[in-house]
Design a protein around this ligand. Sequence first.
Ligand SMILES: [Zn+2]
Length: 198
Amino acid sequence: MNVEPQSLEALIGEFANLPGIGRKTARRLAYHILTRPKEEVAQFASALENASEKVHACPRCFSFTDQDICPICADRIDAHALCVVEKSSDILPFERSGIFKGAYFVLGGVISPLDGIGPEQLHLPLLIKRVKEENIEELVLALGSSPEADSTALMIDRMLDGVNVKRTRLARGIPMGSDLEFVDEITMLRAFEGRVSL
Ligand SMILES: [Zn+2]
């Protein structure tokens, strides 16, 4: 007999939809929530709602912001270097290490035919437009180290055929398939300083 109330089951289901959370962990989290004081749970719910309502993609770089334009875009409007990352959180290791003083562009993923992600699902056309229209001298492709990231970098390179912009990528050294977001400062400094031309 299933003894879990339907609303609890629904909560478990929501947790299980999150990345990296299996059914077991989802159940543990849901049961934990139910042991917390009501005000604490309300705070949690309102934090979720608030973030989802106020945070949106910056219209210039597609990183998450709660302003009209993100602080980095606002501050580095004349940047001549543009660093292309897969997702918003990949900007964090660059800013933590302070190695990069240019602007960013969040692609929204990497090309992955198996998952049905082609160039049109990403912000690729906008990236190319921006590079062509603005005075960008260097494009740093920091898309991680998966085969999908490699083919995405290659595609960007091809789409910029004939455009006078230096294309570089981070040095190897970031573990294969690892999330850029969690790369430590030293690894990031090395990977950035050792970046190579495409
Ligand atoms: Zn921005």
